[in-house]
Design a protein around this ligand. Structure first.
Ligand code: MN3
Length: 243
């Protein structure tokens, strides 16, 4: 039995330890991926910039909750789903998402949802950066002009897809067969990769991505998000997309 004095001391130490571990919203370094998600094949990739890097367009608190809680939850659940399916737990997330129809029926939909959440968010963090925005350059810019005529029209079309997605989901710029560019939107955590396409750029329009700062004003969030796009990353994905 623990004495009351010991109990108070233990609680105080635990509280201090918790306080030391919890990052503040503006902390320079994002929290390391030490959550329960690290006890399976998949773990939370670190955010490639501080939580407040995308301010004022995307606020630090939203980034912290979105990365540390929402993305983490998809990983925890994916690890539970995949546990005990030896044939599949060595596969990469890309292999899983590109081959949903090959999965055993009992885990297909859970992997579609939880795996899609992990895959889409892993991309999403990299598709943004501090002082991002502007317009793409190089080979991607030429291909986009060819397909959409100009950047303004591209922006309108992607914004329309993102605004028009009913409920939760994503809007994407994707490269299909022959690196053909198109804009599409997916429901829930469905990813274009499962339809054989390469997602180049995507915007998360789940309310958890914007509600703290923008509440019901999804179009304002979408307009602001264009200021944080990491076009170098998008161009690199286009370059590497299967021809
Ligand atoms: Mn999200």
């Amino acid at each position: 039995m623990m004495t009351r004095r010991q109990a108070i001391k233990t609680t105080a130490i635990a509280t201090a330890a918790c306080a030391a571990m919890l990052p503040s919203a503006g902390a320079q370094q994002p929290a390391p991926a030490t959550g329960p998600g690290s006890y399976g094949p998949f773990s939370l990739p670190p955010l490639p910039y501080p939580f407040d890097a995308l301010e004022p367009h995307i606020d630090a608190q939203t980034m912290q909750i979105h990365h540390n809680k929402h993305h983490e939850a998809y990983i925890v659940n994916l690890n539970k789903v995949i546990n005990g399916h030896a044939e599949w737990d060595k596969k990469s997330i890309e292999e899983l998402m590109a081959n949903l129809s090959a999965l055993p029926e009992e885990i297909r939909v859970p992997v579609q949802n939880q795996g899609g959440g992990h895959y889409n968010h892993s991309l999403f963090w990299q598709m943004m950066k501090k002082d991002g925005g502007g317009e793409p350059k190089g080979e991607l810019a030429s291909a986009m002009d060819k397909r959409f005529r100009n950047f303004v029209i591209f922006k309108q079309e992607l914004s329309r897809a993102a605004t028009g997605r009913f409920g939760s989901g994503w809007a994407w710029l994707v490269a299909g067969p022959g690196k053909q560019l198109s804009i599409e939107s997916t429901a829930n955590q469905d990813t274009p990769l499962s339809a054989g396409k390469t997602p180049l750029l995507g915007i998360d329009v789940w309310e958890h991505a914007y509600y703290l700062k923008y509440q019901n004003r999804r179009p304002d969030y979408i307009a602001a998000w264009f200021n944080v796009i990491n076009w170098d990353f998008v161009a690199e994905r286009y370059q590497n997309a299967a021809a």
